[in-house]
Each structure stands twice: as C-alpha cells, then as structure tokens.
Design a protein around this ligand. Structure first.
Ligand code: HEC
Length: 391
C-alpha cells in the first residue's frame, strides 16, 4: 500500500479506535458505578433490586435495576454493544495496518526470533485466538465458580502470554499483543457471552417464561472481569511509545505490576462508588503505589558499558549505518516516506540536537533501530552513547 495513504488509514483507524473505546469504557464505568450506587432500601416496583437518583447535564434521572428482568418486556430497549465490537474491529485493523503490514519494523526482532513476516502474523492470530479460548475454558471450568481462583488463573494466563510474547516478538510487539489479548477477551465477553445471554432472557420472556437469573449472573461476572481489565488494557495500548517498559529482560514482570496496579486502582474506584468506608478499601492505595514503584524500579536504566571516545565522523557513520534508512529527509526504508516523528539524524548537528532522545532510544533502551533490522551491536550502542553524552 502507498505509504502516505497507509499512514492516513492508520490515523483514521486510531481515531475511531479511541472514540469507540472511550464510549465502551465509559459505559463500563457508568454501569459499574450505577450498580454500586443502587439504593436497595427504596424498593418501589415489584421485582426491583434497587434504584438510584442521578443528576447530569442539568437533569434528574431515576434508574431502577430489576433483580432479573421486568415483568413485561419493554417495547424499546437501549443496548450497549457496538462500542465494544467496534473497539475490537478498529483495534484489530490497527494491528494489521501497523504491525502486520510492517512486521519487520514493528513486530519482529531478529535478535529475539528471526521470523518471516507471515510466520509472525500467523503466530499473532493463533495466539490471540488460543489465549481467548483458554480464558473461556477457565471461566466454564469448576475454577469459574471460585472468584479468587478464577482471578488468579486469568492473571497467570496473561503473565504466561507476556512471557511467551516477549520470547517471540519485538518488545513493542510483545506489549501490544498483551494488550490485544486482554482487549480480545473483553470484547468477546460482550459478543459471545453478555449479549447472547441477555438475548436468551428476552427470548424466554417473549415465550411467556420466567427468564433465568443465571444468564444475568454469568453476564455480570464477565462484565466485572472487563471492569478490572479496563485500566491495565489502556496502559498496554500506549506501552509501545515507552520503550523503557520492555527494553529489559523482565518485561513480563512489568506486565504483572501493571495488572496489579490497574486492578487495585479500579477496585479503589469501585469501592468509592459503593460508598464504602475508607477502612475497607484503604489498602488499595499503598498496594497500587507499591506496584507502580516496583515497576519504576524494574525498568530503571542499567549502567551502560562505557564506550570508547569516537569522533563526530564516526558517530555520523554509525547513524548512517543504523538510523538514516528511516531517519532521513528522504528515507530509503520502504515503510517510511518521511523521517519518523520528524527526527532526522543525518549530520553531527542533527545528532547533537536529539542527543537525549538518541541516548534513551538507542543506548539505554534498545528500541532503536526499530526491530534492530540493521543489527546494531552493543559496542556501537556504547560508542554512540559515549559520544552523545559528551555533547
Ligand atoms: C526501521 C526504521 C528505523 C530505524 C532504522 C531507526 N528508527 Fe528511530 N524511529 C523509527 C520510528 C517508526 C519511530 C517512531 C516510534 C513511535 O512512534 O513510537 C522512531 C523514533 C525515534 C526517535 C524519537 C522517539 C520519541 O519518542 O520522540 C528517536 C530519537 C530515534 N527514533 C532514534 C533512532 C536512532 C538513534 C536510530 C539508529 C541507531 C534509529 N532511530 C533507527 C524508525 C526507525
């Protein structure tokens, strides 16, 4: 595909992905908060579990939640599902446009596993599908009836996926796949469980039967999983822009800490919504803070091999060997029509201008050259690091 049009497609998909994603996560937050704020004392209509008075945008709203379903099926029902489906569709589209079409640049790191693009793409699709299936089997197995055991198993599943991905894909490819797997689990919870169960209850009502409460309960269980995964998935999605997260051997540990921090922060918000006493959920604040501090500690830059001093000409030569295929006014790399992020690295002056960023991207972390396609050595990194630090 034409590189320029490909970039536009990437931007439009990303825009759409953010819009529908905000819509989806927004409704997820809203309904969790609604559930927790239900006043169970004020039972007015028969079959009502609780009610809530809400104010928003200058209006007063009175919402009732039924224990199972209303006695008569209302003529119009407002569903919340396309946000979830479209978030997955646009997200998968982005995975294709960014990671599959430019697999050598973004998905593969030959130093980790020298894959051909088709192999990396096949592994990606297979891993997302099988990861989701394992999650589904866990939920349907006896473990599914035990909330703490299920939570621990899903946590372990995501961590195992993180370990496997970091041994197959580039650092950023691995992190985006952890995010894509969590996102797939969440979207398919809506598509394959929550909405079909709701439809089964409606079909039972149309047949004049009493809808079965277990369908609602299963839907609620999956909806709660989604709720606890929303914060971690958001961080995983932006992770590729922060190479320090994955440019060290313990990337899977960072995933674990992000899951712990995200889920405990989410729990904190849930309990605040429920109006609990601080003494009941206060532990979440130090737990989340500790997880984040541990993540900062794990990702702290390693002391670098000290490189020998090199001349300006030698620094420029390193850049021409490893950087300017992409970072030039007119890149020769097939995936780029202009220098990524406008970072041009053709002259010694350019290298000085971006010294700090170069240090971060190519010395402290090994995010650049992208996918180390040019095979930059540790000695070259150290030498370039030594040179940019002196500037
Ligand atoms: C195969 C193409 C390619 C090569 C080779 C490459 N880069 Fe990059 N570089 C990129 C892309 C793409 C981005 C934007 C990354 C993003 O959006 O997260 C980037 C971003 C950067 C940034 C900006 C980071 C930021 O967040 O602002 C710096 C600095 C950088 N590269 C330095 C280098 C250095 C130094 C080299 C050579 C040692 C190099 N790059 C080699 C593709 C490349």
């Amino acid at each position: 595909m034409d590189v320029f049009l490909g970039e536009w497609l990437n931007l439009l998909l990303r825009w759409a992905h953010m819009i529908v994603g905000i819509g989806w996560i927004g409704t997820s937050f809203y309904f969790m908060a609604l559930d927790y704020s239900l006043d169970k004392e004020e039972r007015k209509s028969p079959g009502v579990l609780g009610t809530a008075w809400q104010v928003h945008g200058g209006g007063f709203y009175h919402v009732e939640k039924f224990t199972v379903a209303p006695p008569i099926l209302p003529p119009v029902l407002h569903w919340f599902r396309y946000e979830a489906y479209l978030t997955w569709v646009t997200g998968f589209g982005l995975l294709v446009v960014q990671y599959y079409l430019h697999a050598r640049a973004y998905l593969i790191d030959p130093a980790i596993l020298p894959l051909e693009p088709w192999q990396a793409i096949a592994i990606s699709v297979g891993a997302l599908a099988s990861g989701y299936l394992i999650y589904e089997l866990l939920c349907r197995s006896p473990i599914g009836h035990n909330v703490p055991a299920l939570a621990a198993s899903v946590f372990a599943l995501i961590l195992i996926a993180a370990v496997v991905f970091t041994r197959i894909f580039s650092g950023r490819g691995a992190f985006i796949h952890v995010g894509a797997l969590i996102g797939t689990i969440m979207a398919f919870n809506v598509f394959a469980i929550i909405i079909p169960n709701q439809k089964k209850m409606i079909a039972q009502m149309i047949r004049g039967e009493t809808p079965e409460a277990r369908y609602g309960a299963i839907g609620k269980q999956r909806s709660t999983h989604n709720n606890y995964l929303t914060l971690p998935v958001l961080l995983m999605m932006v992770a590729p822009h922060y190479p320090f997260l994955f440019s060290h051997p313990h990337a899977w540990m960072v995933v674990a800490l992000i899951l712990i921090a995200g889920a405990t922060i989410r729990h904190y918000i849930n309990r605040v919504d429920a109006g609990d006493d601080w003494s009941k959920y206060g532990w979440t604040a130090p737990a989340a803070a500790l997880a984040l501090l541990a993540a900062i500690f794990v990702t702290a830059p390693q002391p670098n091999v000290s490189g020998a001093g090199i001349s300006d000409a030698q620094a420029v030569a390193i850049s021409h060997k490893h950087c300017t295929a992409c970072h030039a006014m007119k890149p020769s790399h097939e995936s780029f029509q202009e220098a990524p992020k406008n970072v041009v690295l053709e002259t010694a002056q350019d290298l000085r201008k971006y010294a700090d960023l170069i240090y971060m991207q190519a010395v402290q972390s090994r995010a650049m050259p992208l996918g180390n396609q040019t095979g930059m050595t540790e000695e070259e990194r150290a030498a370039l690091g030594h040179w940019v630090q002196k500037k």
